[in-house]
Every structure is written in structure tokens, then in C-alpha cells.
Ligand binder design. Structure first.
Ligand SMILES: C[S@@+](CC[C@H](N)C(=O)[O-])C[C@H]1O[C@@H](n2cnc3c(N)ncnc32)[C@H](O)[C@@H]1O
Length: 178
């Protein structure tokens, strides 16, 4: 539903969903053998979600935090029991996933549009991501500018930057470890 993306520009911060090339670039950073628990932030209508579910093991779990109700309806239609959809802000991840049976949240995949959020909201979400991460967690985040690099370096020791030109607009992918 790309019209929903434009209608909700104030929270989506995008004019188009991620390209196939960007989704592939994100996915290439994941070792699915070690991915028991994946958290996705801002899945939209599920471009990345579907690809994650395609490669995930049958006993893995994917928690998806999405503020837009219409997108949550799209995500429900995927109909995969490994996908747990949470119609709440990414800043609430701790409340939902700290009680999971998985000791480590192996991957956190973020499409959160940090560029359009207030400084307070950005910091709340980054703090929440940091708090549920441990040394086995990899955060994979994409953004349309390099501005987020400084913020990420404040929280994560290792931040690797990749670039995907085939996307509207071209995007940077940050792969971060504590
Ligand atoms: C740029 S779109 C990305 C959609 C999809 N993941 C993709 O890559 O095509 C950003 C998504 O983040 C969601 N979003 C924005 N702020 C959020 C928040 N605080 N918590 C959870 N989701 C949020 C928006 O509703 C939107 O679906």
C-alpha cells in the first residue's frame, strides 16, 4: 500500500518502500543459523519482514514493532506463526521482549525514520535498542543520510557502513555491535 506510505509521511518518512536491492543488502548481513530471535522496527507493509521469514528457521521468532495500524493489518495477512506483530512504538521493545525465552536478541533490523523524528524520540528508541542488546546482538539499520553515524557511535563500539545506490532515495546500511 504505497499510498499509505505517502499519507502517513509524518511517521513513515519515506516516499517508497525499500527496493529489492536494499532488502537483499540488509539480509546478507544476517547469519540465519544463529538467528533465534529477530526484532524488526518499522516493518511497514512487510518488504523486509517477508524476506526475513523466508530465510528464518522454523523455530525462530520475529517481533515486529509498527506504529501504523494499517500496516499492522497488512502484516497480519502474511499469516506466519513465527511473526509477532506489536502495534506500538519501537521505544517500548523492552516491555515486550525482555520476557522472551530467547536469552539473546540476535538481530535488530531497523527502518525507523530517525531523520524525521525529534531528538528526544531518537534517543528514546536508541536507548531501548541498546538496553535489549547484548554482545551477541547485531543492529542493522538503514537511513537515507550519514547523519545517524554519530548517534550510533555513541551507543555502539563497532559501526560498519554500507551503501545501496539502487533505492529511492539511495540508502546507507549501518551494521552495529556493542
Ligand atoms: C521508511 S518506512 C519503512 C518500511 C519498510 N520497512 C521498508 O523498508 O520498506 C518506516 C516505517 O517505520 C514506522 N515507524 C515510524 N516510527 C516508528 C516507531 N517509533 N516505532 C515503530 N515503527 C515506526 C512507519 O510507520 C513506517 O512503516
Amino acid at each position: 500500500m504505497p499510498s499509505e506510505l505517502l499519507r502517513s509521511f509524518k511517521t513513515s518518512g519515506a516516499v517508497a518502500f525499500s527496493s529489492h536491492r536494499l532488502v537483499r543488502r540488509i539480509i546478507r548481513n544476517i547469519n540465519f543459523k544463529n538467528a533465534g530471535c529477530i526484532i524488526e522496527l518499522g516493518p511497514g507493509n512487510g518488504r523486509i519482514t517477508k524476506e526475513l521469514l523466508h530465510y528464518m528457521r522454523p523455530n525462530s521468532v520475529l517481533y515486529a514493532f509498527e506504529v501504523n495500524e494499517a500496516f499492522c493489518v497488512d502484516l497480519e495477512k502474511i499469516g506466519d506463526s513465527r511473526l509477532k506483530i506489536i502495534n506500538k512504538s519501537a521505544s517500548t521493545i523492552k516491555d515486550f521482549v525482555s520476557s522472551t525465552p530467547f536469552p539473546s536478541k540476535n538481530y535488530i533490523i531497523s527502518s525507523i525514520p530517525f531523520g524525521i523524528l525529534s531528538e528526544d524520540e531518537c534517543e528514546q528508541i536508541m536507548r531501548a535498542i541498546y538496553d535489549v542488546s547484548d554482545k551477541h546482538t547485531t543492529l542493522i539499520l538503514f537511513s537515507y543520510s550519514l547523519i545517524q553515524y554519530r548517534r550510533l557511535k555513541k551507543y555502539f563500539r563497532k559501526v560498519k557502513v554500507q551503501f545501496e545506490p539502487i533505492n529511492i532515495p539511495p540508502a546507507f546500511v549501518f551494521v552495529c555491535k556493542k
